[in-house]
Design a protein around this ligand. Structure first.
Ligand SMILES: Nc1ncnc2c1ncn2[C@@H]1O[C@H](COP(=O)(O)OP(=O)(O)OP(=O)(O)O)[C@@H](O)[C@H]1O
Length: 644
């Protein structure tokens, strides 16, 4: 019996190895967590390739057999974070639809450890890392060649066209940006990171429903793509045919699962991932399941730890509550919680201008715990007042104490004065920004004058204001992304960017950032920004120390629009590029501007984008909204004589 069990286990270990080996298009397989841990030397910092919003990525070499080894990238997801789990499930769910494309980074496998509450995703290793690093930080020589940049633009477009037009159902990436484009050893581009991707399934439920239940099937919870948590039962019974379902059971056994597969139901069609046909069992801890049952419960949990919280923790909580709210269809769930968290934060970091409006009616059970915070603060205040009273009464001792207090007080005043001065400067800057703002943006500013003055009251920085002008009400995401700002270019292998649940600032389509639905046209918009970044070799929002006269260039999209109107599109091109092909560069900018049109219906499809870039389709015309003069309305080829 023992010998039989030993051989069974031995052969089982060999089985997945051969499946990965046999086919480059094999579906993701489960690895044991300990295998991945060993391969990364316990997730050693020296092996870290980068840091994403929801976890770190490490390089590793896995042995497929005695002779064959494979280099992989292992993403260790932050467990317990709602987004981390979503990313894990999303990637697995979508992976089986992506095996046919060589424009997409392949997911080779996954691992989860219930004991350690860790989840891993294993990808093919893209030796040259992400496009953002290569282009903006490392300034790779290869990317200084125009032909390589142009090829990358086409490859990314082809990748997106594959997702939108060749996948059934179509896949919307939802977070297209240079750091999600990875480059292999030959600098061929592939699209990565499907953590925010969506399956386009139908009008009513164009998304994914993930059911998480225990192995007895008692605790069935549905989370749809809008993060609406449906406890116990599925509210969309009538629309079963338009919903994708992943059953994730909670298994209580050892760290290495016997079988693995994800069973997905797309419409009436059934697909599976993995070696066997049995449902995927992710070792999800009960806490994680509870966290998903109700967002407010989840956050209450957080507040129970009150006292251990740092400001960053609170920000994290607020961000997550905000995300939940953003993902709600009707916005009923998260809003109240967020406002409450904001009030808590506003009290603590009020000077940061966080929204401190509180909907008292909306106070949920989390209020009770948060009120403890008020009480605690109250206690602190009482303690301080009593101390002060004590000092007042003890006249002999009063003098030295008061002097000490005076010192402290004058320091405080000095700091306040400095801050006031800084705020004044910032307001002056924002006035200047108003001057260089393009006509398009002016219209936006007019529309949003009230919002603007309100924002000034909140002492928001000029960049915050500027982000508003860029694409909708984005300031709430400010803390969540580094992608757009240039002043702090992240180091290679450092933090790249942290998207909100709706994408990344500066790349997110305006209609989506202001609460609309995610569509293919959102990806098209993001691709437009990426294309401009690729041509210009800079970030979409680059606030440099350059003189004020150059400030109008800070917003890449606005600058491109200005140049389009003045017929000087090529001014946008990166001056470091060797052997530039003017015609192709102009083509790229015109295509980018087409993708960046405010009206989603006017934007081309990704298939059309590929056609235009490869020359299969007729050369595009500059979109009307960017061409005030009739001169800018003829096809780009006829403008050839204007080239530098
Ligand atoms: N398959 C891979 N091969 C090589 N490097 C990778 C791979 N996957 C990720 N990386 C590196 O790790 C970094 C972090 O990746 P990750 O997808 O977690 O985050 P991101 O997309 O940069 O940011 P975010 O999660 O905020 O969107 C990437 O920017 C990239 O440099």
């Amino acid at each position: 019996m023992f010998i039989f069990a030993f051989f069974r286990r031995f052969f089982h270990r060999l089985k997945p190895t051969s499946s990965l080996q046999s086919s480059s298009t094999s579906l993701p397989r489960r690895f044991s967590f300990s295998t991945l841990r060993r391969a990364t030397s316990s997730f050693s910092p020296s092996r870290r390739l980068g840091q994403g919003g929801f976890g770190s990525v490490f390089s590793a070499t896995l042995s497929l057999s005695r002779r064959r080894k494979i280099c992989v990238a292992i993403k260790l997801l932050d467990c317990g974070s709602l987004q981390g789990e979503r990313e894990f499930q999303n990637e697995l769910l979508i992976a089986n639809k992506l095996v046919d494309s060589d424009r997409v980074v392949k997911l080779l496998g996954f691992a989860s450890s219930r004991k350690r509450r860790r989840m891993c995703l294993v990808y093919e290793l893209m030796v040259n890392g992400n496009l953002q690093d290569c282009l903006l930080h490392k300034k790779s020589e290869e990317l200084m060649e125009w032909c390589n940049r142009f090829r990358i633009a086409i490859e990314v477009a082809q990748g997106l066209a594959f997702l939108h037009h060749s996948c059934d159902p179509p896949i919307i990436h939802g977070d297209v940006k240079p750091s999600n484009v990875l480059l292999d050893d030959c600098f061929r581009a592939k699209i990565a990171d499907f953590g925010l991707a969506r399956l386009k399934l139908g009008e009513f439920h164009d998304g994914v429903v993930v059911n998480i239940g225990d192995n007895q099937g008692i605790k069935g919870i549905s989370v749809d793509n809008n993060n609406n948590v449906v406890n116990g039962n599925n509210n969309h019974d009538n629309d079963v045919d338009s919903i994708t379902t992943v059953d994730v059971g909670v298994e209580d056994t050892g760290s290495m699962m016997e079988t693995e597969s994800v069973t997905t139901t797309v419409g009436f069609e059934e697909a599976s991932i993995g070696v066997d046909q049995s449902p995927l069992r992710v070792e999800t801890s009960p806490e994680m399941v509870t966290a998903k049952t109700s967002p407010s419960e989840f956050f209450d949990k957080g507040f129970d730890l009150e006292g251990q919280f740092e400001r960053s923790d609170l920000e994290e909580v607020a961000k997550e509550v905000g995300d939940v709210r953003n993902k709600n269809v009707d916005g009923r769930n998260g809003g109240k919680v967020k406002e409450y968290v904001m009030e808590w934060m506003g009290m603590d970091v009020g000077r940061e201008g966080l929204n401190s409006n509180c909907n008292k009616e909306g106070a949920s059970s989390s209020n009770v715990v948060a009120k403890k915070g008020w009480k605690k603060k109250g206690k602190k205040l009482e303690w301080w007042v009593s101390m002060e009273e004590g000092w007042m009464s003890k006249k002999e001792k009063r003098r030295p104490v008061r002097e000490w207090w005076k010192d402290d007080y004058s320091n405080e005043r000095r700091k306040k004065k400095k801050k006031k001065k800084k705020n004044k400067n910032q307001e002056m800057n924002s006035d200047n920004e108003e001057n260089w703002c393009s006509k398009d943006d002016e219209m936006y500013v007019d529309k949003n004058k009230k919002k603007l003055s309100k924002s000034r009251k909140n002492s928001r920085s000029s960049v915050d204001w500027w982000l508003d002008g860029f694409s909708g009400d984005l300031w709430k995401f400010r803390h969540t992304s580094y992608d757009s700002m240039s002043s702090e270019i992240p180091k290679s292998g450092g933090i790249s960017s942290t998207p909100s649940m709706r994408g990344t600032v500066c790349y997110i389509a305006p209609e989506y950032s202001s609460g609309g639905d995610l569509s293919e046209k959102c990806d098209v918009y993001s691709f437009g920004v990426l294309l401009l970044v690729l041509v210009a070799g800079r970030r979409p929002l680059q606030v440099t120390g350059s003189p004020m006269s150059e400030f109008y260039k800070a917003n890449l999209v606005s600058w491109a629009r200005l140049l389009a109107r003045s017929g000087k599109l090529l001014d946008l091109v990166d001056s470091n590029i060797h052997s530039l092909n003017n015609e192709e560069a102009q083509l790229c900018i015109v295509v980018a501007l087409m993708c960046l049109q405010k009206s989603p219906v006017r934007r081309p499809s990704m298939k059309e984008v590929v056609g235009m870039l490869t020359g299969e389709l007729a050369p595009p015309k500059l979109p009307l909204e960017y061409s005030s003069s009739s001169a800018s309305q003829y096809p780009y080829k006829s403008r050839k004589k204007n080239f530098r």
